[in-house]
Write a protein that binds this ligand. Sequence first.
Ligand SMILES: [Zn+2]
Length: 191
Amino acid sequence: MTAVSNAVVNDAHEQASFKMSRRRWRDLLGELQRRGDDRRESGAFLLAANTGDHVERVVYYDDLDARCLTGGISFSTTGFTELWRICEEQALRVVADVHTHPSTWVQQSEIDASNPMMARVGHVAMIVPSYGHARSVEECGVHIYLGSYQWIALPAGNVSAVVEIYGLFSRAQTRHFWNMLTRVFGRMTPS
Ligand SMILES: [Zn+2]
């Protein structure tokens, strides 16, 4: 393995960041679960506008290549042809690929690391645990491509430095808000 300079790592890190609405993130998890059916891996590409970093469209592997979910993932060149057609037509670019793993292990397999879906410096490969049953984005593996088959993995708890899920409230925030409301109204209700 050749040494990677700090400049390359910083450059890749800078290009890696993208944003996604919480609703789209939830939909993505639901679809990955459904398509994998708790018995096989599934995946998708996250697309943003050519000039932006907000995920505007999610394209699932099995919609591009109906036979690619084989337990693992065997994505074909015809699938890529279809992906490039969509990107070109709608002026979108691929910011990340996402795929599921069976367990809570979200590191890259040797196959994952040696077959980048997108050989672009700063491309993000996300791995969702438990066939898509992740409770939070922080449980996911986020791997940034540095070129030459080398990657950096974000340390656990640092995922939001690259993947920002925005909008609506998270379940924890909603619970907090609800508790506060009940406390206030509880006090106001005459006994
Ligand atoms: Zn994998």
